[in-house]
Ligand binder design. Structure first.
Ligand code: PEP
Ligand code: MG
Length: 326
């Protein structure tokens, strides 16, 4: 079994009916990046930058961030890397003074792109470092916790200003650096049509999307099965986001934990998802699962998936659409 998976390092992630699926890696450490590269990841789909800001008292300056992003780009040797701007908030152990302290409800507070826009100096430092790294290979910028078109427009204005300044200073930066939004706030999913023209790509953060759709805290274990992607509301929202993105030819991935759990793969494939971003630890298992599915058969069964009315019905759909081992 292990050897079988190991062999898949050099195999394509292709369904039985010949459709190529892109597997990107979620990475934070140098080890993750090396492993993603060795496993044949299409690139890095989610590079969380919080680690640069945690466990310290001073904010990372442009040079320190630039070196981290450049090394990431160089480590992936020409494959796309997607770096998320910092998603700090009162939920994280921030000692730099950037995030507010003691917010009454950190999950609904000043975090992600909201905090970045409240501190344009910090945002522009991060954007400068990212744009400088874009001179070393393909890099995309991903915004966390987006809830409106206004936020995307504001970030893009900062991005353009910073790019102009860097060029004037003689830095070699990429001609175009794609800007994308996480879809993890229900409002962004529901109002996607209002801003899809403003983004170059999308990444669905199911960890938070499920939390906010179901009003179920992602870290409260007392909730048990109440926190699950197997809810008709989640399925419907995923279907709508993926469908609109496909119709507009905007690349869309899922980068929450759901994407790395191979048992959910039939559901995501049935909804039309062709890009997954997951921790390298389960990449080969997911590749193995995808290679055992016929995509067009799953797509035909998506109507049944949308009809499944509760958790148990969704489990039955998954069970019926999971190939027997062997
Ligand atoms: C998510 O919310 O699904 C996500 C990928 O972001 P994070 O887990 O960092 O909140
Ligand atoms: Mg999130």
């Amino acid at each position: 079994e292990r050897r079988e998976l190991h062999r898949l390092r050099r195999e394509p992630t292709r369904t039985l009916d010949g459709v190529d699926i892109k597997l990107y890696a979620n990475a934070e450490s140098r080890e993750d990046v090396a492993e993603a590269h060795a496993l044949g990841a299409a690139g890095i789909g989610l590079y969380r930058t919080e680690f640069l800001f945690l466990q310290r008292r001073e904010l990372p300056d442009e040079e320190e961030q630039f070196r981290a992003y450049r090394d990431l780009v160089l480590g992936m040797t020409g494959r796309t890397v997607t770096v998320r701007t910092v998603d700090l908030g009162a939920d994280k152990a921030d000692h730099t003074g950037l995030a507010l302290r003691d917010e009454p409800n950190p999950a609904l507070g000043l975090r992600g792109v909201r905090l970045s826009l409240a501190r344009p100096d910090v945002l522009e430092t991060q954007l400068r470092a990212l744009l400088r790294a874009s001179g070393y290979g393909p890099l995309r910028i991903l915004l966390p916790m987006v809830s409106s078109r206004t936020e995307i427009r504001e970030v893009r204005a900062h991005l353009e200003r910073v790019a102009e300044a860097l060029r004037a200073q003689g830095h070699a930066i990429a001609d175009r650096v794609p800007l994308g939004a996480m879809i993890e706030v229900p409002a962004a999913a529901i109002a996607l049509a209002s801003f899809i023209d403003e983004v170059d790509f999308l990444s669905i953060g199911t960890n938070d999307l499920v939390q906010y759709l179901l009003a179920a805290d992602r870290i409260n274990e007392a909730l048990g099965e109440l926190y699950t992607p197997l809810h008709p509301a989640v399925v419907r929202v995923l279907r709508d986001v993926i469908r609109l993105a496909r119709a507009r030819e905007v690349p869309v991935a899922v980068c929450g934990e759901m994407a790395g759990d191979a048992s959910f793969a039939p559901l995501l494939l049935a909804l039309g998802l062709t890009e997954f971003s997951l921790h390298p630890a389960t990449m080969l298992e997911l590749r193995h699962t995808i290679r055992s599915h016929d995509l067009s058969a799953l797509r035909r069964r998506s109507a049944g998936l949308l009809r499944a009315g509760d958790h148990a019905a969704l489990v039955r759909w998954l069970t019926a659409n999971t190939p027997a081992p062997g």
